[in-house]
Design a protein. Structure first.
Length: 150
């Protein structure tokens, strides 16, 4: 099965996000299913755009309201993007990763998916990190105007 997913590399700035004035950090969440840290995201639902899905997933998992920005990349390599679920199903996830800007903090609507979350300096990321998301984060941090296709 193939499913469309979205994720976001979200930047927050200042005291409203637990950072010092002028300090920027990346929004990361610790997943409840495996304890790994990563960027928020999930599957696109019928009837919504990828921008709507990105904003929804970030809010559901962290309570952070975001402005969705540029497309960082499209990730579809079966060597990285096949997820094996405990029930035996295997899903190839085609992921669109966007950059986002945190606007305000609210209350997460699916807190059972998240053990913890916060904003972190790019050079001080918590571990362990979700392996398939490292390339997305690397692409976001190198910047550039063109989306990566991997």
């Amino acid at each position: 099965m193939i499913r469309l997913s979205v994720s976001a590399v979200v930047w927050g700035e200042g005291a409203g996000f637990g950072l010092s004035d002028g300090e920027r950090g990346l929004l990361l969440m610790q997943r409840s299913d495996n304890g790994h840290w990563g960027i928020p995201g999930g599957y696109v639902e019928a009837g919504e755009s990828v921008v709507e899905a990105t904003a929804r997933e970030v809010f559901e998992e962290t309570g952070v309201v975001i402005d969705v920005g540029r497309l960082i990349g499209v990730y579809s390599d079966p060597a990285r993007q096949v997820i094996a679920y405990p029930d035996g199903n295997r899903v190839q996830s085609v992921n669109l990763c966007f950059e986002g800007r945190a606007l305000r903090q609210g209350e997460a609507t699916t807190p059972e998916e998240t053990l913890s979350f916060g904003f972190y300096a790019p050079d001080a990321l918590p571990e362990p990190f979700v392996p398939i998301q490292q390339v997305r984060l690397d692409d976001a941090l190198k910047g550039g105007g063109e989306a990566c296709i991997r």
